[in-house]
Design a protein around this ligand. Structure first.
Ligand SMILES: Cc1cc2nc3c(=O)[nH]c(=O)nc-3n(C[C@H](O)[C@H](O)[C@H](O)COP(=O)(O)OP(=O)(O)OC[C@H]3O[C@@H](n4cnc5c(N)ncnc54)[C@H](O)[C@@H]3O)c2cc1C
Length: 283
């Protein structure tokens, strides 16, 4: 898979906790398939909680659709031997691409990270393990706004470089709301010898509750002009959604024009906004 393919769109889904949620997910996948996404990724539940569903959904995408699946995997709460088993299961299912992540501490992003006694400490070790086991395409996380636990953006760049050196072939960013943070990351990465594609992750905000949540996220500060743009929606759900789609479209356009290889949309398992943003970008 060429993760540097210019102008493509990819989608991220998460494994729902209920059967009904899974049915809705498949409906969304089916609707978004029409847009021929570059690839689709399936997250790994915090704390490894939805592990079986991640594997099942990824397997089904591989066997029942013509989409290219990327399975997320984290080091949380897993011995190295379990991680090996999961990677081998994915390989048996024909899944050749993996997002190798550390994961957040299971007690929440504010608590300290403790590795499993027989597990891995950092994502870079999972990259190396996946590479050793023959995974072809290995993706990693990148952070336009500093990772909350990291001492500096420069350290984030060093970590990203170490992941490339260990075998990562592409990166997807954490969500962010300021295009300049992405361009700065890209520039610093290229100066440090990081050549892998760094795909910006964008979440179209379509619900008032998402605005509240994301405007307070320490790891992804929302600039005042963005807050103001959404404040005019005045919590009217139709207007929030309209503005969210419009904002995500313009944001993506700026990123693509400025050198982003493609766009990764966080769908929240819903197709409407992701589809609209994708169609706006194509037209
Ligand atoms: C695109 C994307 C997808 C994600 N998908 C999921 C998912 O499916 N499931 C999930 O639970 N979480 C997911 N996350 C969240 C991610 O797991 C967290 O952001 C986590 O806190 C960091 O993961 P990482 O892979 O960047 O870890 P790492 O690269 O290991 O970094 C974690 C922290 O350790 C530091 N660090 C790294 N290497 C070293 C080292 N050698 N020495 C000292 N310090 C070091 C880093 O600076 C950072 O502060 C995703 C994040 C992104 C951006």
């Amino acid at each position: 898979m060429d993760f540097a393919k210019p102008g493509g769109i990819s989608f991220e889904f998460f494994p729902p906790k209920s059967d009904l949620g899974e049915q809705n997910l498949w409906q969304s996948i089916s609707e978004l398939t029409e847009l021929s996404p570059h690839f689709v990724s399936v997250t790994y539940g915090a704390g490894g909680s939805t592990r079986d569903r991640t594997l099942r959904i990824t397997r089904r995408i591989k066997t029942e659709t013509n989409l290219f699946p990327v399975a997320h995997l984290t080091c949380v709460g897993a011995a190295k031997s379990e991680l090996i088993d999961i990677i081998k299961t994915l390989q048996n299912d024909g899944v050749t691409a993996l997002m190798a992540l550390r994961g957040d501490p299971p007690q929440g992003a504010d608590s300290t990270w403790d590795k499993h006694p027989s597990g891995l400490s950092y994502a870079v070790e999972l990259v190396a393990l996946a590479k050793e086991l023959g995974i072809k395409d290995i993706g990693v996380a990148a952070f336009p706004d500093k990772h909350p636990e990291s001492p500096s953006k420069q350290f984030d760049i060093e970590v990203l470089k170490s992941k490339q050196d260990a075998g990562a072939s592409f990166a997807i960013t954490q969500l962010f709301f300021d295009v300049d943070s992405y361009f700065q990351l890209l520039e610093q990465a290229r100066s440090a010898g990081i050549s892998i594609p760094i795909i910006p992750g964008i979440m179209p905000l379509t619900e008032a509750k998402q605005l509240e949540k994301f405007s307070q996220l320490a790891g992804a500060p929302m600039p005042d002009d963005v807050k103001e743009y959404f404040s005019f929606a005045n919590y009217d759900s139709t207007e929030v959604s309209k503005r969210g789609i419009s904002f995500a479209t313009e944001f993506a356009r700026k990123l693509l024009l400025g050198g982003a290889p493609s766009i990764h949309l966080y769908t929240m398992n819903k197709s409407t906004a992701a589809k609209q943003v994708s169609m706006n970008l194509i037209s």
